[in-house]
Design a protein around this ligand. Structure first.
Ligand SMILES: [Zn+2]
Length: 378
């Protein structure tokens, strides 16, 4: 690493650096806590006690017992992580990045937990049903079912999950709609619409995204962005999001996810067989007290793969940026929108190289601006 590779740290205020450092510590602490819970359950054998309790509560009816077990696991996990969640809520206020009242935040936490419970119940019931029906090939069958569910969830996310937390309205601004139409015609895009995302009720940050699949594919633009950015800047943001669509990034990410999940299921099956056949930790594969072991395998795997998946995401972001540079008449508005976003969101413009490598799904803003400037000089 040379001094040339590393942008000068003076790009970031001490405030931005401190805020981002605390957020990283929080996410690492959250990860460690989750890992510790899984290990404690497995090492102490408490997972077996929870299973017995679940079976008794369900009158030995297996699918209901699986649900009770999962419910207890998710309650314990939420209780352990609640302190960190609350700290995260306070942090946003301390740095003047949030408008959300405690009540509204608690309500969101509850909704988030319930959505998590519903999704997890579906996945875990499918998982243990498959293990019971096909002890040999369960991991292959479950893998296929999980991919189908992923695609289903990606499709319904913008119309089911996101509206649980935010209001959305079709974009009203005629001038912007005109510009979008122009951009989309060039792109031959399949995007079905642009929506205003009422983020300002809860946050002072700005954001934009491409979400959904097929009929639900849409660009969402935070009202905090629409209020404070010029039309040229918003057009640059739109062009970047259209780039994700034209380059089919959502579909490609699902493909990558499918490969990762395949490896995950294979590893889970291997570890589970070892635990049952060699170590006799569980009597059968379908003993759902082994759920913490399966979660542990997927947690460790996601941790190991995080730098790779983030590198892939940054690659896509650079591609979408290049698409944007091609589509707009001048890169000036892209650069100013990046700088505004960094200020508004208290983002680190130039994080250290290893922080970017491990944690960031987007290239550092300093690099994105540099790339735009280089493009502008061409
Ligand atoms: Zn992007």
């Amino acid at each position: 690493m040379s001094a040339v590779d590393n942008p000068p740290v003076t790009l970031d205020t001490p405030e931005a650096r401190r805020y981002n450092r605390i957020r990283r510590v929080l996410s690492v602490a959250d990860f460690v806590l989750g890992l510790a819970l899984l290990l404690v359950l497995l090492v102490t054998g408490w997972t077996g006690s929870l299973r017995d309790l679940a079976l008794r509560g369900a009158g030995e009816y297996y699918p209901l017992a699986v649900f009770f077990y999962l419910l207890m696991l998710m309650l314990i996990s939420k209780a352990i992580g609640a302190g960190l969640d609350y700290y995260g809520f306070q942090l946003e206020h301390r740095y003047h990045l949030s408008n959300q009242k405690l009540r509204s935040w608690l309500w969101d936490e509850l909704k988030g937990w319930l959505v998590g419970l519903i999704v997890a119940t579906l996945l875990v019931e499918v998982l243990y049903y498959t293990i019971r029906q096909s002890p040999q090939h369960w991991w292959l069958i479950a893998w296929v079912v999980f991919i189908v569910l992923f695609i289903f969830f990606a499709q319904i996310a913008p119309i089911v999950f996101l509206p649980l937390f935010y209001k959305f309205e079709p974009l009203e601004n005629e001038r912007l709609k005109e510009r979008l139409l122009h951009l989309s015609q060039r792109a031959g895009t399949r995007v079905r619409g642009v929506y205003e995302w009422k983020l300002s009720e809860k946050s002072k940050k700005a954001n934009a995204a491409l979400t959904g699949l097929g009929a639900t594919r849409r660009i969402i633009l935070a009202d905090t962005l629409l209020q404070n950015y010029s039309d040229d800047e918003i057009e640059a943001v739109l062009a970047h999001e259209l780039g994700h669509d034209v380059l089919r990034h959502i579909l490609k990410s699902i493909g990558v996810q499918a490969v990762v999940t395949f490896v995950g299921f294979w590893a889970a099956s291997t570890v589970l067989h070892y635990a049952v056949d060699q170590r006799h930790m569980f009597e059968t594969l379908s003993d759902f007290a082994n759920l913490p072991l399966l979660v542990l395998v997927s947690t460790v795997l996601s941790f190991l793969l995080m730098p790779v998946l983030n590198a892939y995401s940054r690659f896509n972001e650079r591609q979408a940026d290049r698409y944007c540079f091609q589509s707009i008449t001048s890169v000036g508005p892209f650069i100013s929108s990046m700088n505004k976003l960094a200020d508004q969101n208290l983002a680190e413009r130039a994080p250290s190289k290893w922080v970017e490598w491990f944690f960031h799904s987007h290239p550092a803003i300093s690099r994105r601006v540099e790339a735009a400037e280089a493009w502008g000089r061409k």
